[in-house]
Design a protein. Structure first.
Length: 481
């Protein structure tokens, strides 16, 4: 039999029942719940919602599909009576949202039921996030590969904040936590609080995943990055400050630990040097680990030490493979570490005080802050500008070649924090956290043609608190199984 499509157009205020559809407010204006009932309980397979972008926006619609199994597991579908609740997240605040909901069935008659709903949301005062300075609005016709951005903020207790490429706030954290440490992983947001790791679902529900105080963790710092199997946490311990990483799975179980004090000390002793001249116990911040990345091509963990260098170690053994950094810094005075130093190809500048290492296309991408060391002496060079840079690492020649950088005109100096990430090839997102310096936080998008797709400036708060790091996320085709 031919498949039939049932279409309903509904304007539903929160708490109002229209037909068999009712809309409820969520924990924030950006989250609402649409409640209905399906008659074909056995054939129900999925629920999908789409939020249409505002008029004249280049941002793509938010498009999310829930599998029946996901909805049942979260208590949103009752298989005994067909009661169904669809969490709708990513709504515009203070606006009438155009939402389309599709219910999918396996039967041959009713394959799909469609609701076109108008949901009006309350206003939201996000301070500087609600009123950025628009230097360059989203460029019409620009073909960005991404439309949504995760701002890792700690100035306010609502980490993370999600904006779109029009600088519209589309989601805020509900855990009551302001934290540097945040990642979108396993279809949820993970945020650190004290010695605990929290998981916040897209519907705003938060749960404690694990507490690491029992293994000597005293707190978290900086980032959470994707690892080979899980997430890589930056932790402080009773013995070390900002030089220990944990890889944990989605349930918070520890998969492996890297102690850079032990790894570097062993290499220095093997090379005939005294590690006590370089490595120090807590509370001395001798390493200042601020980011990490997994390089699959040679099974390496790439770690950014703001005080010293970028270092690559074997993911399983922890043996040092190479070091990329400023040769005028303290580390280069030790032969045991200097032997790992990559040669800089002609025209290549070393990163200084870098953040946000990643490995897109097997190339090293980072934000080169340009600020010398705070603790280690000599501190090395300090520049008057910052720059996202990308390097080709040739282990055969033991050489690093700078293959891309971005120098805006006029130049921007952000000496601490900050980030750059590449989505699809040549689609970049740059976060100048302390631009000016110490004047504003700049969020800049570059498209594949090198155009500035957007440029927004926010008030700088709590040092790096407005957005210490920012990364692209994808809500234009999200599937929750």
């Amino acid at each position: 039999m031919a498949a039939l499509l049932c279409v309903l157009s509904i304007t539903a205020e929160p708490g109002q029942m229209v037909g068999n559809v009712e809309v409820f407010e969520g924990p924030t204006p950006f989250i609402h719940f649409v409640h209905t009932r399906v008659s074909d309980v056995a054939g129900f397979e999925s629920a999908q919602f789409q939020i249409r972008p505002k008029t004249r926006s280049a941002t793509r619609p938010i498009n999310v599909r829930y599998a029946r199994s996901y909805l049942e597991a979260r208590g949103y579908f009752d298989s005994t009576n067909g009661e169904l609740t669809v969490p709708v997240f990513g709504l515009y605040a203070g606006r009438r949202n155009r939402v389309i909901i599709n219910l999918g069935f396996s039967g041959r008659v009713h394959r799909k039921k469609r609701f076109a709903i108008a949901i009006t949301t309350p206003a939201y005062d996000g301070g500087t996030y609600s009123s950025p300075t628009v230097v360059q609005p989203r460029l019409p016709g620009s073909s960005l590969s991404y439309d949504f951005i995760l701002l890792k903020n700690y100035a306010d207790p609502n980490t993370p904040i999600i904006i779109d490429s029009d600088a519209e706030i589309r989601w805020v954290g509900t855990a009551g936590v302001g934290a540097e440490n945040c990642i979108l992983f396993d279809n949820a947001f993970y945020v650190a609080s004290g010695t605990s790791l929290l998981r916040t679902e897209f519907d705003g529900v938060t749960a404690v995943v694990a507490d690491y105080s029992g293994i000597g963790v005293t707190g978290f710092h900086h980032n959470i990055d994707p690892g080979r199997e899980g997430m890589i946490l930056d932790v402080d311990t009773v013995d070390q400050t900002e030089s220990v990483n944990l890889e944990v799975d989605a349930a918070g179980n520890v998969l492996r630990t890297w102690n850079l004090a032990e790894i570097i000390s062993a290499a220095m002793i093997a090379g005939g040097d005294d590690p006590s001249q370089f490595v120090h116990p807590a509370p001395t911040d001798w390493f200042h680990n601020n980011a990490s990345a997994y390089r699959s091509s040679d099974n390496s963990l790439i770690i950014s030490s703001r005080e010293n260098f970028v270092i690559a170690i074997d993911y399983d053994s922890g043996i040092i493979k190479w070091i990329l950094g400023d040769p005028t810094k303290h580390w280069y005075q030790f032969q045991s570490l200097r032997q790992f130093s990559l040669t800089l190809a002609p025209g290549t500048l070393p990163p200084i005080g870098q953040h946000a290492v990643s490995m897109p296309g097997d190339q090293l991408l980072l934000f080169d802050d340009g600020a010398g060391s705070n603790f280690q002496q000599p501190p090395g060079e300090t520049r008057t500008y910052s720059a996202p840079r990308k390097y080709q690492i040739d282990l055969g020649a033991f050489e690093a070649t700078e293959i891309w950088h971005y120098y805006p005109d006029p130049s921007v100096y952000s000496p601490f924090c900050s980030s750059v990430y590449e989505d699809a090839p040549d689609n970049y997102l740059i976060d100048y956290t302390l631009a000016g310096p110490f004047v504003y936080t700049g969020i800049v998008g570059l498209d594949a043609l090198g155009n500035v797709a957007f440029n927004y400036q926010y008030d700088e708060q709590a040092f790096c608190g407005t957005a210490w790091n920012a990364i692209q996320i994808h809500w234009e085709d999200l599937r929750l199984e």
